[in-house]
Design a binder for this molecule. Structure first.
Ligand SMILES: C[S@@+](CC[C@H](N)C(=O)[O-])C[C@H]1O[C@@H](n2cnc3c(N)ncnc32)[C@H](O)[C@@H]1O
Length: 246
């Protein structure tokens, strides 16, 4: 039996593994991924393999422990807290034995990532934990690249809105931003489309589903696409001020 009270805890590394194309994994993330004894990632939903898990599978060896962590897609704070605590406990079981754990998360690790909740919970419960982050390519940058557009240029002001925005918030942002990115657009697209129509922005709007993955889909101009059923991994870019992008 190991006396864990004498062992320095291992480090939790959050790895941003990019938007899906395995070649968009950074060399640094790859090095950590391949050298960690324990590799954690968000478990897939509904018995599907998770996006991060799929993207890293080819880089892992059978000797590495794979640790899927459950993060439910719900708004209920109590359920979320409980999931984060359970995930932090699972990670701590390895850290306390001096083993490093990497947590692979799609996109960038500090950009609307589950890793932040895991790291915060771990730090609260075990303040002696060492936590580090390795950045990755985030989805708006990947989407701009596959659309062959600059995300921003010159003095353009960029607004990024997460899922839980009200229609008022979108109106407000359209009034000042030159480029708007709507994350998690799948749940609000039906409400967003008429707003873009009212502002005559449909032809300056782009949607990218599953950017950089084999199932990527692009809609450049949305006038003909009022009723899209978008997957969770979709985002919308609006070039509000086209003059500045030309
Ligand atoms: C919880 S956020 C995670 C963001 C991620 N950490 C990043 O750096 O892009 C999930 C949202 O990111 C966007 N997203 C992430 N990856 C994407 C991809 N490959 N293609 C399109 N949208 C993506 C979608 O809007 C999705 O609903």
């Amino acid at each position: 039996m190991t006396d864990t009270s004498l062992t320095s805890p291992g480090t939790l590394y959050g790895l941003g593994i990019g938007p899906g194309d395995p070649e968009l994994l950074t060399l640094k993330a790859l090095r950590y991924l391949q050298s960690a004894p324990v590799v954690a990632f968000p478990a897939g939903q509904a018995n599907q393999i998770g996006v991060a898990q799929r993207a890293i599978a080819q880089w892992l060896s059978p000797q590495q422990v794979q640790l899927p962590l459950q993060f439910p897609y719900v708004q209920d704070q109590a359920a979320l807290q409980s999931a984060w605590q359970q995930a932090a406990n699972q990670v701590w079981q390895y850290l306390k034995q001096g083993q490093d754990v990497v947590f692979a998360s799609e996109g960038d690790i500090s950009f609307y990532s589950t890793f932040t909740y895991l790291a915060q919970t771990l730090h609260q419960r075990h303040p002696q934990s060492q936590i580090r982050a390795v950045p990755g390519v985030c989805s708006p940058l990947a989407a701009a690249a596959v659309l062959s557009i600059p995300l921003t240029i010159g003095s353009q002001r960029l607004a990024v809105l997460p899922a839980l925005y009200s229609t008022d918030q979108i109106e407000e942002v359209l009034a000042w931003a030159d480029v708007v990115v709507l994350m998690k657009v799948s749940s609000v697209y039906a409400e967003v489309w008429p707003i873009l129509q009212r502002h005559q922005l449909l032809e300056r709007s782009f949607i990218v589903e599953n950017a950089t993955r084999s199932d990527q889909v692009i809609y450049a101009g949305l006038s003909q696409h009022q009723n899209l059923k978008l997957p969770y991994f979709s985002l919308l870019i609006v070039q509000v001020d086209q003059a500045k992008t030309l």
